[in-house]
Design a protein around this ligand. Structure first.
Ligand code: PLP
Length: 446
């Protein structure tokens, strides 16, 4: 059968049986159908017609070591033969989950020494929400239930994580959104600052919106503040330098917990193992997923602070929460090997030394283009925000169309970026070399 025929068959079956995440199915059917990705190797994926595509999104902020690692395949194979699955619920454990928990505690900030595992970022945030509320019950302050997060945040698609998230188009869907979440402004200087407001002044104003909300709710009712160190799915919104220190001051002042959602920023994307280290913050919980295994198998978790862990340990009762696949042995074995490879190949320091600066240089080439409002990057995540009028920062009236055009173009030209409305987002695998930056740059320019 020819490649074309095979592709069409897959597309037809896809449209008959497969509902895609975050997709307008009508548009998908009206177009020529989804691109069928069949293989990955290094920095590239290949479609069913044999086209090679440079992956500028690391899958979905995920494949940090790139595609096709035989070492990860071997780690999964060995673990499947040894022990493919056992639960960790009923007073049992196994070597890979213990080894991984220990390794993560070693890589994480010093006060985070316990790990609660899951399979997806959404699950890890649900776990964190339950831990936060349970903690305050154990501390004798059950009224502390409100979690403050930010507009434009993405924390996942389960109902609790989706409620904590602040993207209006996700919330518009009419599922019952849980009570107890408040959303304040995000630290998006380019889009939200007043005329003439410096990034530093704006960063302080954005952080103080959290304090205003704490006071509105009554500090005795507030449990935690949750935020992504860099808003990823929201369009790579990088807070000014003044923001996170002020956030830390505020959560300390009111004694509320800090949850850093590092589902994207964890495992080296900013040139440190966790972005909390990059920004010098001291979260009580870090949620992680995606790049823990470079996406080869699903694994997520919450790194839990000693304060919360101590309260749990002191309780003479069950913490009634968990997933069948919490600490899945195969996922843990793959994660351990993935972290070993990242350390061996120095992928994290390389973000600081070479790949991060190369991404910044690549994006900077476009900053004077008449359609480019702002380019921004930190480590190996960056964005080009397009505007209709550079001087006034006026957006295009049909927000999102630019994204669609770019997406089509990228597919034709063999390079994938992500479009967040009119912002072109790039977060490559951490293995990119000069040739990949050159290749990407040429397509972006076209
Ligand atoms: N948190 C952040 C910051 C994310 O970017 C995502 C997904 O992109 C999630 C949570 C949800 O993760 P998952 O899709 O694995 O449930």
């Amino acid at each position: 059968m020819s490649n074309r025929l095979q592709t069409e068959q897959i597309q037809q079956l896809d449209s008959q049986h497969h509902l895609h995440p975050f997709t307008t199915h009508q548009t998908l059917r009206a177009a020529s159908g989804p691109r069928v990705i069949v293989k990955g190797e290094g920095a590239y994926v290949f479609d069913s017609e044999g086209n090679r595509i440079l992956d500028g999104m690391a899958g979905l902020w995920t494949t940090n070591i790139g595609y096709g690692s035989k070492e990860l395949a071997q780690a999964a194979y060995d673990q499947i033969l040894e022990l493919p699955f056992y639960n960790t619920f009923f007073k049992t454990t196994h070597p890979p989950v213990v080894a991984l928990a220990r390794k993560l505690a070693e890589l994480a900030p010093a006060n985070l020494n316990q790990v609660f595992f899951g399979s997806s970022g959404s699950e890890s945030n649900d776990t964190a929400i339950r831990l936060i509320r349970h903690y305050w019950v154990l501390k004798g302050e059950p009224k502390r239930r409100i979690i403050i997060s930010r507009k434009n945040a993405y924390h996942g698609s389960t109902i609790a994580a989706g409620s904590m998230g602040g993207m209006s188009h996700v919330h518009q869907h009419s599922y019952p959104v849980y009570e107890g979440f408040r959303h304040v402004m995000d630290p998006y200087w380019y889009g939200e600052s007043f005329d003439g407001e410096t990034p530093e002044a704006f960063g302080l104003r954005a952080a103080r919106a959290i304090e205003d909300e704490i006071l509105r709710c009554g500090p005795e009712n507030v449990a935690a503040f949750a935020g992504e160190p860099v808003q990823g799915a929201g369009g790579v919104k990088i807070a000014p330098d003044t923001y996170w220190p002020e956030v830390q001051r505020i959560v300390d002042k009111y004694g509320i917990l800090l949850l850093a959602d590092e589902v994207i920023t964890g495992f080296g994307r900013l040139g440190t193992w966790f972005a909390s280290e990059y920004y010098g913050i001291r979260p009580d919980l870090i949620t992680f997923a995606k790049a823990a295994t470079s996406g080869y198998v699903p694994l997520s978790g919450v790194l839990v602070g000693d304060n919360i862990a101590d309260a749990l340990m002191a309780e003479n009762d069950d913490f009634n929460h968990g997933y069948t696949f919490s600490g899945h042995p195969v996922a843990c074995a793959v994660a351990l090997k993935n972290l070993e490879i990242m350390e061996r190949d120095r992928l994290v320091p390389r973000v600081k030394e070479t790949t991060g600066p190369a991404l910044a240089r690549m994006l900077a080439r476009f900053k004077d283009h008449p359609l480019v409002g702002e380019v921004r990057s930190v480590g190996m995540m960056g964005a080009i925000e397009l505007v209709a009028d550079k001087k006034t920062r006026r957006r295009f009236s049909d927000l999102g169309r630019v994204g669609l055009i770019c997406r089509d173009h990228f597919f034709r030209d063999g390079f994938i970026m992500r479009a967040v409305f009119d912002t072109m987002v790039c977060a490559p695998p951490l293995i990119w070399a000069d040739t990949q930056f050159e290749e990407a740059s040429a397509v972006i320019e076209r």
